[in-house]
Design a protein around this ligand. Sequence first.
Ligand SMILES: Nc1ncnc2c1ncn2[C@@H]1O[C@H](COP(=O)(O)OP(=O)(O)OP(=O)(O)O)[C@@H](O)[C@H]1O
Ligand SMILES: [Mg+2]
Length: 317
Amino acid sequence: MDDKRVVIKTQGLTKKYKDLIAVNNLDLEIYEGEIFGLLGPNGAGKTTTILMLLGLTEPTGGFAQINGLDTIKETIRVKETVGYLPDHVGFYDDMTGRENLRFIGRLNGLEKNIEDRIDNLLERVKLTNVGDKKVGTYSRGMKQRLGIADTLMKDPKVIILDEPTLGLDPEGINDMLGLIVELARKDKRTVLISSHLLHQVQKICDRVGIFVGGELLAIGPIDTLGEKVFKDHDLTLELSVSPVDDKLISLIRSINDDVKIRTDESKIFVDSKEDIRKELTKVLCDNDYKLLFLKQSGRDLDDIYSQYFCAKEGVKK
Ligand SMILES: Nc1ncnc2c1ncn2[C@@H]1O[C@H](COP(=O)(O)OP(=O)(O)OP(=O)(O)O)[C@@H](O)[C@H]1O
Ligand SMILES: [Mg+2]
């Protein structure tokens, strides 16, 4: 990634609301043409970060730049280059989709070819057939797609989307994710998505940052993050072996004396600092045990999810 151009950069970016640190010392670099997911549970500080990137709220410390422009000192130029889809899109319900886009376009000083541009965008977000219907009659998915058309009106090279799939049904989510992929891959735009819906959004991201309590816990391609977030945690191996006897337990211990072993009626659980799957399969095979099931957990996406993303359901935070 070293040869890639940095489009969005923050350094020591911090926002305090009285005693609450909403964003703490955030260092982030987002590269040209990538889809980056800022993923974190409710209250993590995602929207606050985005507002600082757009110059809509002032940092308490540090700075943010887009294309080398300081987001506070050069707010107007930043706004010219960035398309922003807020978490709650506001359109005029009693105006049609087309009228809303026209209104926004004119506000942005876009007059030339505006009708052609609107036609193209409505087609792109698959709203051509309802473009002349009032937005008040649109579904949430349709409003979100109109929101994408809105962010594209000024043809920005950088797009920031705050919770773009929130409240959409599965088809709406797929449409939205498909559109976002096109923005990066086909149009070569840089896309920053914020979301608390880890599983939904991660699949289209080139890299993600796991953001919790205003802190960036880890950053990178999604399949590397579990290792980074949980590097000091034990791995848990769940296995089913036949037969289960005392020799089996000592064989497992012979791989590494540090492991903790628990058993229930059908499974054996081995907590270990290291990944011992290879050694374990070999030792079982060499000693004529039959391995019926083997699963390792403790450092993958589901672990990130259950540790940080489902506090609402009563899972520890
Ligand atoms: N204007 C404000 N005044 C005081 N506190 C605020 C303000 N805006 C946000 N906060 C607090 O800052 C923290 C981060 O909020 P933020 O909205 O950035 O989180 P988020 O990650 O976008 O969450 P969500 O997933 O719910 O959208 C929260 O604790 C929130 O209550
Ligand atoms: Mg938010």
